[in-house]
Design a protein around this ligand. Structure first.
Ligand SMILES: C[S@@+](CC[C@H](N)C(=O)[O-])C[C@H]1O[C@@H](n2cnc3c(N)ncnc32)[C@H](O)[C@@H]1O
Length: 324
Protein backbone atom coordinates (compact mmCIF):
# COMPACT_ATOMS: atom_id res chain seq x y z
CA UNK A 1 0.00 0.00 0.00
CA UNK A 2 1.18 3.51 -0.83
CA UNK A 3 2.02 5.33 2.41
CA UNK A 4 0.90 8.68 0.96
CA UNK A 5 -2.42 7.44 -0.40
CA UNK A 6 -5.32 9.80 0.11
CA UNK A 7 -3.45 12.11 2.48
CA UNK A 8 -1.94 15.33 1.25
CA UNK A 9 1.65 15.90 2.30
CA UNK A 10 0.63 19.22 3.89
CA UNK A 11 -1.91 17.52 6.16
CA UNK A 12 0.73 15.25 7.74
CA UNK A 13 2.67 15.75 10.94
CA UNK A 14 5.14 13.61 12.87
CA UNK A 15 6.26 10.13 11.91
CA UNK A 16 5.17 8.48 8.62
CA UNK A 17 2.85 5.49 8.39
CA UNK A 18 5.70 3.41 6.92
CA UNK A 19 7.71 3.88 10.11
CA UNK A 20 4.69 3.07 12.28
CA UNK A 21 4.03 -0.02 10.16
CA UNK A 22 7.61 -1.28 10.64
CA UNK A 23 7.20 -0.73 14.36
CA UNK A 24 3.99 -2.78 14.57
CA UNK A 25 5.19 -5.48 12.18
CA UNK A 26 7.78 -6.33 14.85
CA UNK A 27 5.22 -5.99 17.65
CA UNK A 28 2.97 -8.53 15.88
CA UNK A 29 5.70 -11.14 15.84
CA UNK A 30 7.04 -10.72 19.39
CA UNK A 31 5.19 -9.14 22.30
CA UNK A 32 6.64 -5.69 23.16
CA UNK A 33 6.40 -4.94 26.87
CA UNK A 34 7.09 -1.22 26.41
CA UNK A 35 3.93 -0.86 24.31
CA UNK A 36 1.60 -2.42 26.82
CA UNK A 37 -0.54 0.09 28.66
CA UNK A 38 -2.35 -1.35 31.68
CA UNK A 39 -5.77 -2.40 30.37
CA UNK A 40 -8.23 -4.34 32.48
CA UNK A 41 -10.50 -6.36 30.24
CA UNK A 42 -13.44 -8.11 31.82
CA UNK A 43 -12.43 -11.83 31.87
CA UNK A 44 -15.97 -12.74 30.79
CA UNK A 45 -15.45 -10.75 27.57
CA UNK A 46 -12.33 -12.76 26.75
CA UNK A 47 -13.40 -16.35 27.35
CA UNK A 48 -13.61 -17.02 23.56
CA UNK A 49 -10.38 -15.13 22.67
CA UNK A 50 -7.13 -17.11 22.07
CA UNK A 51 -4.21 -16.42 24.46
CA UNK A 52 -1.87 -15.18 21.72
CA UNK A 53 -4.25 -12.33 20.87
CA UNK A 54 -3.85 -11.01 24.42
CA UNK A 55 -0.06 -11.17 24.21
CA UNK A 56 0.00 -8.83 21.19
CA UNK A 57 -2.71 -6.46 22.40
CA UNK A 58 -1.45 -2.88 22.62
CA UNK A 59 -4.54 -0.90 23.54
CA UNK A 60 -4.93 1.66 26.32
CA UNK A 61 -8.55 1.02 27.28
CA UNK A 62 -11.57 -1.11 26.52
CA UNK A 63 -13.66 0.95 24.07
CA UNK A 64 -15.99 -1.90 23.13
CA UNK A 65 -17.16 -2.29 26.73
CA UNK A 66 -18.14 1.44 26.71
CA UNK A 67 -19.82 1.43 23.30
CA UNK A 68 -23.30 0.24 24.46
CA UNK A 69 -23.39 -2.21 21.58
CA UNK A 70 -26.62 -4.00 20.75
CA UNK A 71 -26.95 -7.37 19.05
CA UNK A 72 -27.20 -6.99 15.28
CA UNK A 73 -25.12 -3.83 15.04
CA UNK A 74 -22.21 -3.32 12.64
CA UNK A 75 -18.99 -2.10 14.25
CA UNK A 76 -15.67 -1.06 12.72
CA UNK A 77 -12.50 -1.18 14.82
CA UNK A 78 -9.71 1.05 13.49
CA UNK A 79 -6.13 -0.15 13.93
CA UNK A 80 -7.43 -3.55 14.96
CA UNK A 81 -3.95 -5.06 15.46
CA UNK A 82 -4.16 -8.67 16.65
CA UNK A 83 -7.95 -8.31 16.80
CA UNK A 84 -8.73 -8.16 20.52
CA UNK A 85 -11.46 -5.53 20.36
CA UNK A 86 -12.99 -7.08 17.23
CA UNK A 87 -13.23 -10.44 18.97
CA UNK A 88 -14.80 -8.89 22.08
CA UNK A 89 -17.32 -7.07 19.85
CA UNK A 90 -18.02 -10.23 17.82
CA UNK A 91 -19.66 -11.81 20.86
CA UNK A 92 -21.72 -8.72 21.73
CA UNK A 93 -23.10 -8.01 18.23
CA UNK A 94 -23.95 -11.72 17.93
CA UNK A 95 -24.58 -13.78 14.79
CA UNK A 96 -26.80 -11.09 13.22
CA UNK A 97 -24.16 -8.39 13.70
CA UNK A 98 -20.88 -7.69 11.91
CA UNK A 99 -17.43 -6.55 12.94
CA UNK A 100 -14.83 -5.13 10.56
CA UNK A 101 -11.23 -4.69 11.72
CA UNK A 102 -9.04 -2.30 9.71
CA UNK A 103 -5.26 -2.27 9.95
CA UNK A 104 -2.38 -1.42 7.60
CA UNK A 105 0.19 -3.93 8.90
CA UNK A 106 0.44 -7.32 7.14
CA UNK A 107 1.83 -9.13 10.17
CA UNK A 108 -1.02 -7.91 12.42
CA UNK A 109 -3.63 -8.83 9.82
CA UNK A 110 -2.14 -12.29 9.37
CA UNK A 111 -2.38 -12.99 13.11
CA UNK A 112 -5.86 -11.50 13.42
CA UNK A 113 -7.22 -13.50 10.47
CA UNK A 114 -5.70 -16.72 11.76
CA UNK A 115 -7.28 -16.24 15.20
CA UNK A 116 -10.63 -15.26 13.68
CA UNK A 117 -11.11 -18.91 12.67
CA UNK A 118 -10.58 -20.04 16.26
CA UNK A 119 -12.92 -17.32 17.58
CA UNK A 120 -15.62 -18.36 15.09
CA UNK A 121 -15.30 -21.97 16.28
CA UNK A 122 -15.57 -20.86 19.91
CA UNK A 123 -18.62 -18.65 19.27
CA UNK A 124 -20.34 -20.96 16.79
CA UNK A 125 -20.60 -18.25 14.11
CA UNK A 126 -18.25 -16.13 11.97
CA UNK A 127 -18.98 -12.41 11.86
CA UNK A 128 -15.53 -10.73 11.84
CA UNK A 129 -13.75 -9.56 8.72
CA UNK A 130 -10.25 -7.99 8.75
CA UNK A 131 -9.44 -5.52 5.97
CA UNK A 132 -6.15 -3.96 5.05
CA UNK A 133 -6.35 -0.19 4.96
CA UNK A 134 -5.51 3.14 6.49
CA UNK A 135 -7.40 5.13 9.08
CA UNK A 136 -7.11 8.04 6.68
CA UNK A 137 -8.86 6.10 3.86
CA UNK A 138 -11.04 3.51 5.59
CA UNK A 139 -12.03 0.63 3.27
CA UNK A 140 -15.71 0.73 4.33
CA UNK A 141 -18.77 2.14 2.50
CA UNK A 142 -20.32 5.51 3.31
CA UNK A 143 -22.94 5.65 6.10
CA UNK A 144 -22.87 1.89 6.62
CA UNK A 145 -21.93 1.27 10.29
CA UNK A 146 -23.46 1.89 13.71
CA UNK A 147 -20.28 2.32 15.74
CA UNK A 148 -16.58 2.91 15.27
CA UNK A 149 -14.08 1.97 17.96
CA UNK A 150 -10.35 2.44 18.12
CA UNK A 151 -7.91 1.45 20.82
CA UNK A 152 -4.73 3.51 21.08
CA UNK A 153 -4.36 4.18 17.34
CA UNK A 154 -5.53 7.72 16.48
CA UNK A 155 -2.39 9.07 18.17
CA UNK A 156 -0.32 7.12 15.61
CA UNK A 157 -1.90 8.76 12.57
CA UNK A 158 0.08 11.49 10.82
CA UNK A 159 -3.20 13.05 9.56
CA UNK A 160 -5.70 12.97 12.41
CA UNK A 161 -8.24 15.43 10.97
CA UNK A 162 -8.55 13.10 7.98
CA UNK A 163 -9.25 10.22 10.38
CA UNK A 164 -12.20 12.04 11.98
CA UNK A 165 -13.59 12.92 8.54
CA UNK A 166 -13.33 9.26 7.54
CA UNK A 167 -15.04 8.08 10.72
CA UNK A 168 -17.89 10.49 10.02
CA UNK A 169 -18.13 9.27 6.40
CA UNK A 170 -18.59 5.59 7.30
CA UNK A 171 -20.98 6.11 10.26
CA UNK A 172 -24.72 6.05 9.74
CA UNK A 173 -26.53 9.21 10.90
CA UNK A 174 -26.84 8.96 14.69
CA UNK A 175 -23.88 6.53 14.84
CA UNK A 176 -21.12 6.90 17.40
CA UNK A 177 -17.41 6.57 17.88
CA UNK A 178 -15.80 5.31 21.07
CA UNK A 179 -12.08 5.98 21.01
CA UNK A 180 -9.59 4.93 23.67
CA UNK A 181 -6.43 6.98 23.19
CA UNK A 182 -3.50 8.70 24.78
CA UNK A 183 -4.04 12.41 25.44
CA UNK A 184 -1.31 14.83 26.53
CA UNK A 185 -1.75 17.62 29.06
CA UNK A 186 -0.07 20.05 26.65
CA UNK A 187 1.04 20.24 23.03
CA UNK A 188 3.93 17.90 22.23
CA UNK A 189 6.87 19.92 20.81
CA UNK A 190 7.90 19.32 17.19
CA UNK A 191 11.27 17.78 18.08
CA UNK A 192 9.53 15.14 20.18
CA UNK A 193 7.00 14.49 17.38
CA UNK A 194 9.87 13.46 15.08
CA UNK A 195 11.04 10.77 17.56
CA UNK A 196 10.03 7.50 15.88
CA UNK A 197 10.36 5.42 19.03
CA UNK A 198 8.20 7.72 21.16
CA UNK A 199 5.64 8.05 18.35
CA UNK A 200 5.46 4.27 17.92
CA UNK A 201 5.02 3.86 21.68
CA UNK A 202 1.80 5.93 21.47
CA UNK A 203 3.40 8.89 23.24
CA UNK A 204 4.54 11.74 21.00
CA UNK A 205 1.68 11.56 18.50
CA UNK A 206 -0.84 12.28 21.27
CA UNK A 207 -3.23 15.20 20.93
CA UNK A 208 -4.32 17.44 23.78
CA UNK A 209 -7.99 17.01 24.70
CA UNK A 210 -8.74 20.48 23.29
CA UNK A 211 -7.20 19.53 19.93
CA UNK A 212 -8.94 16.12 19.88
CA UNK A 213 -12.33 17.79 20.47
CA UNK A 214 -11.58 20.52 17.92
CA UNK A 215 -10.79 17.94 15.21
CA UNK A 216 -13.81 15.79 16.07
CA UNK A 217 -16.15 18.81 16.15
CA UNK A 218 -14.60 19.95 12.85
CA UNK A 219 -15.80 16.64 11.36
CA UNK A 220 -19.31 17.36 12.69
CA UNK A 221 -19.42 15.23 15.87
CA UNK A 222 -21.43 16.28 18.94
CA UNK A 223 -22.61 14.94 22.31
CA UNK A 224 -19.14 14.28 23.73
CA UNK A 225 -18.63 12.03 26.74
CA UNK A 226 -15.09 12.08 28.10
CA UNK A 227 -13.56 9.71 30.63
CA UNK A 228 -10.01 10.35 31.87
CA UNK A 229 -8.88 6.92 33.00
CA UNK A 230 -5.25 6.90 34.15
CA UNK A 231 -1.82 8.52 33.85
CA UNK A 232 0.22 6.44 31.38
CA UNK A 233 3.61 8.19 31.27
CA UNK A 234 5.40 11.45 31.98
CA UNK A 235 7.96 12.27 29.26
CA UNK A 236 9.98 15.48 29.25
CA UNK A 237 7.58 16.89 31.82
CA UNK A 238 4.49 16.24 29.66
CA UNK A 239 1.80 14.02 31.16
CA UNK A 240 0.18 11.41 28.91
CA UNK A 241 -3.16 10.01 30.03
CA UNK A 242 -5.42 7.26 28.80
CA UNK A 243 -8.88 8.60 27.86
CA UNK A 244 -12.03 7.14 26.39
CA UNK A 245 -14.03 9.60 24.31
CA UNK A 246 -17.47 9.01 22.81
CA UNK A 247 -19.27 11.26 20.33
CA UNK A 248 -22.15 11.07 17.86
CA UNK A 249 -22.67 11.81 14.20
CA UNK A 250 -25.73 14.05 13.85
CA UNK A 251 -28.92 12.56 12.49
CA UNK A 252 -30.47 15.53 10.72
CA UNK A 253 -34.20 15.99 10.52
CA UNK A 254 -35.08 14.99 6.96
CA UNK A 255 -38.26 17.04 6.72
CA UNK A 256 -38.14 20.00 9.13
CA UNK A 257 -41.75 20.87 8.35
CA UNK A 258 -43.06 17.52 9.54
CA UNK A 259 -43.40 18.31 13.24
CA UNK A 260 -44.58 21.19 15.33
CA UNK A 261 -42.85 23.04 18.12
CA UNK A 262 -42.43 21.32 21.44
CA UNK A 263 -41.26 22.26 24.91
CA UNK A 264 -38.28 20.57 26.56
CA UNK A 265 -37.83 20.18 30.32
CA UNK A 266 -34.37 19.26 31.51
CA UNK A 267 -34.62 16.77 34.40
CA UNK A 268 -31.23 17.29 36.12
CA UNK A 269 -29.03 16.40 37.99
CA UNK A 270 -27.27 19.70 37.14
CA UNK A 271 -28.81 23.15 37.68
CA UNK A 272 -28.47 23.92 33.99
CA UNK A 273 -26.90 22.53 30.84
CA UNK A 274 -26.27 23.82 27.34
CA UNK A 275 -27.11 21.83 24.22
CA UNK A 276 -26.64 23.17 20.69
CA UNK A 277 -26.07 26.68 22.04
CA UNK A 278 -29.30 26.67 24.10
CA UNK A 279 -29.37 26.75 27.88
CA UNK A 280 -31.80 24.59 29.83
CA UNK A 281 -32.50 25.18 33.54
CA UNK A 282 -33.50 22.14 35.53
CA UNK A 283 -37.27 21.66 35.64
CA UNK A 284 -38.05 24.72 33.49
CA UNK A 285 -39.92 24.22 30.21
CA UNK A 286 -38.26 25.86 27.24
CA UNK A 287 -39.74 26.13 23.76
CA UNK A 288 -37.63 24.34 21.17
CA UNK A 289 -37.69 24.11 17.41
CA UNK A 290 -38.09 20.92 15.37
CA UNK A 291 -34.37 20.42 14.92
CA UNK A 292 -33.69 20.68 18.68
CA UNK A 293 -36.60 18.38 19.47
CA UNK A 294 -35.16 15.81 17.10
CA UNK A 295 -31.67 16.21 18.61
CA UNK A 296 -32.86 15.89 22.23
CA UNK A 297 -34.74 12.71 21.45
CA UNK A 298 -31.51 10.96 20.38
CA UNK A 299 -28.46 9.60 22.21
CA UNK A 300 -26.77 10.90 24.25
CA UNK A 301 -29.52 13.38 25.27
CA UNK A 302 -32.58 11.14 25.23
CA UNK A 303 -33.67 10.39 28.77
CA UNK A 304 -32.33 13.71 30.08
CA UNK A 305 -35.31 15.72 28.78
CA UNK A 306 -39.08 15.48 28.80
CA UNK A 307 -40.35 16.61 25.42
CA UNK A 308 -43.82 18.06 25.74
CA UNK A 309 -46.42 18.56 23.05
CA UNK A 310 -48.02 21.94 23.91
CA UNK A 311 -51.39 20.75 22.51
CA UNK A 312 -51.39 17.67 24.69
CA UNK A 313 -49.25 18.05 27.79
CA UNK A 314 -49.81 14.45 28.84
CA UNK A 315 -48.14 13.07 25.75
CA UNK A 316 -44.52 12.94 24.64
CA UNK A 317 -43.81 13.19 20.89
CA UNK A 318 -44.97 10.06 19.16
CA UNK A 319 -42.11 7.62 18.65
CA UNK A 320 -42.89 7.29 14.95
CA UNK A 321 -42.99 11.05 14.39
CA UNK A 322 -39.91 12.71 12.95
CA UNK A 323 -39.28 14.44 16.27
CA UNK A 324 -39.58 11.53 18.65
C1 LIG B 1 -1.05 0.43 19.40
S1 LIG B 1 -1.49 -0.82 18.25
C2 LIG B 1 -3.16 -1.14 18.82
C3 LIG B 1 -3.72 -2.41 18.26
C4 LIG B 1 -5.09 -2.79 18.80
N1 LIG B 1 -6.03 -1.72 18.69
C5 LIG B 1 -5.01 -3.28 20.24
O1 LIG B 1 -5.70 -2.71 21.09
O2 LIG B 1 -4.25 -4.22 20.49
C6 LIG B 1 -1.75 0.14 16.77
C7 LIG B 1 -2.24 -0.62 15.54
O3 LIG B 1 -2.73 0.33 14.60
C8 LIG B 1 -2.20 0.09 13.33
N2 LIG B 1 -2.06 1.42 12.69
C9 LIG B 1 -1.36 2.48 13.13
N3 LIG B 1 -1.52 3.54 12.35
C10 LIG B 1 -2.39 3.17 11.36
C11 LIG B 1 -2.97 3.84 10.24
N4 LIG B 1 -2.70 5.10 10.00
N5 LIG B 1 -3.80 3.14 9.45
C12 LIG B 1 -4.08 1.83 9.72
N6 LIG B 1 -3.57 1.15 10.76
C13 LIG B 1 -2.74 1.81 11.59
C14 LIG B 1 -0.89 -0.61 13.57
O4 LIG B 1 -0.55 -1.44 12.48
C15 LIG B 1 -1.19 -1.41 14.83
O5 LIG B 1 -1.67 -2.69 14.52
Amino acid sequence: MNDRSNVSQAAQTGVSRNEVRDFYAKAAVASQESLCCPVKYDPGDLSHVPEEVLSISYGCGSPVSRASISPGETLVDLGSGGGIDCFIAAKVVGPEGRVIGVDMTDEMLEKARRHATQVADNLGYANVDFRQGFLEAIPVDDASVNAVTSNCVVNLSPAKQEVFREISRILKPGGRFVIADIISDREVPDAMRQNTELWGECVSGALTLERFLEYAKGAGFHGFQVSKDYLWKVVEGIKFYSYIITAYKPDPLEDPSCCKEYFAVYGGPFDRIEVAGQEFNVGVAREIDDETCHLLSQAPYSGLFSLIDPDNENAEPETDSCCG
